[in-house]
Design a protein. Sequence first.
Length: 433
Amino acid sequence: MDTTTRKVNILLLGSGGREHALLAKLADSPRAGELYVAPGNGGMFGLATRVDLDPASPTEVTAWALAHDIGLVVIGPEAPLMEGVADACRSAKIPTFGPNLKAARIEGSKKFAKQVMGRAGVPTAAWRSFTDEKSCLEYVGRIDGPCVVKADGLAAGKGVIVAKDADEAAEGVRACFSGEFGEAGSSVLVEEILSGPECSLLVLTDGRTVVPLATSQDHKRAYEGDTGPNTGGMGVYSPVPLVTPAELDEMVEIMERVVAKLAADGIPYSGCFYGGFMLTDEGPKVLEFNARFGDPETQAVLPRMHADLVEVMLACDRGVLDRCMISWDDDWAVSVVLASAGYPGSYETGKPITGIEDAEALEGVTVYHAGTALDDDGRLVTSGGRVLAVTAVAPTFEAARERAYEGVGLIDFDGKFFRTDIGMKAILGRDGQ
Ligand code: AMP
Ligand code: GLY
């Protein structure tokens, strides 16, 4: 058989809503052979076989993939990237989607990301980094006003404190250096505070060609009106109507410039590259980069995408992304996250979930699982903070939003908690922010 149309067995690493959305798209491809997932969640086992291995262990992943004729390893979350799983798979000649460790540092170290941005001339908040608490406290004292304090390394979205005054900033600095965010807090960044609407732009790249995906807007705070603590993301919509064509061009150009700068530095980036932007009065500025698909952005972006995802991912790995075609539905997508009461703090698990089939019977509605599991009796129960993402795709933004919330209303579990204002920013527009 022609190697360009041969079916490939795929091992997907991860267990979130993002991975469920990736799996659904991979399963749609005519090139998808056997599908495996490690560790997966309660909604993925109808599409893929569960594999019992540590997704962040380079040796376990490569050994299993080699033994099972895997032709594509897809790395969903950041932790395996930061452990060098992509490097190990590529060394073992297994085609892999996701950047190698050196490139993934663009997410793993905020300081490294800022340095690359500086060298590439990318607009971002002014910053300084500190490795000792005393000088960091002195610095935020001197600013004596609003600023943003960030733990340098990975902190699962928790190591960012947007401080409105010097006291809050000092509290953030102390939290970072106290070890609350683990190793992530041993180096701390203090940043200028920016304002404006936020927009995520995910691109696919093989290190040379950059293909932008549709824009999306996450809702990071836990409660209505963007209040409460930061979370992994409580809901998302795509595309983002308030982004102007000029802003989109600038964002794409920034992503291209960073990929080119990394390549020039001998760090080719292969995979999904995520830019988190703030659309300021001076133009889009970068808040952060991630080395992977966003969660929940993926649950709103992928359902509108027309492409053979297996083909596209293999092309990223091989450096032939320029040969791939990607197009988009004219529809809109809105995705609402259902979380467990208490998230992002502590929450209970093991609560039976009902109504998913009813929600999915609605036109255009798909329910992506995140923190779900099957209990000993085979019942679907909650097992995490973010439990499900209810995505609706419809010809108008309002219809997509309504349909998503209709789906949310049909699903139930003890402690179900969600934001009721996902997508309101798109309806209110820029002045309503
Ligand atoms: P990050 O993980 O760096 O994207 O930060 C998480 C969230 O904190 C962002 O989505 C923003 O809402 C907010 N944030 C981060 N950096 C800044 C900044 N420089 N100015 C204002 N808000 C920020
Ligand atoms: N939704 C934010 C992220 O994936 O980092």
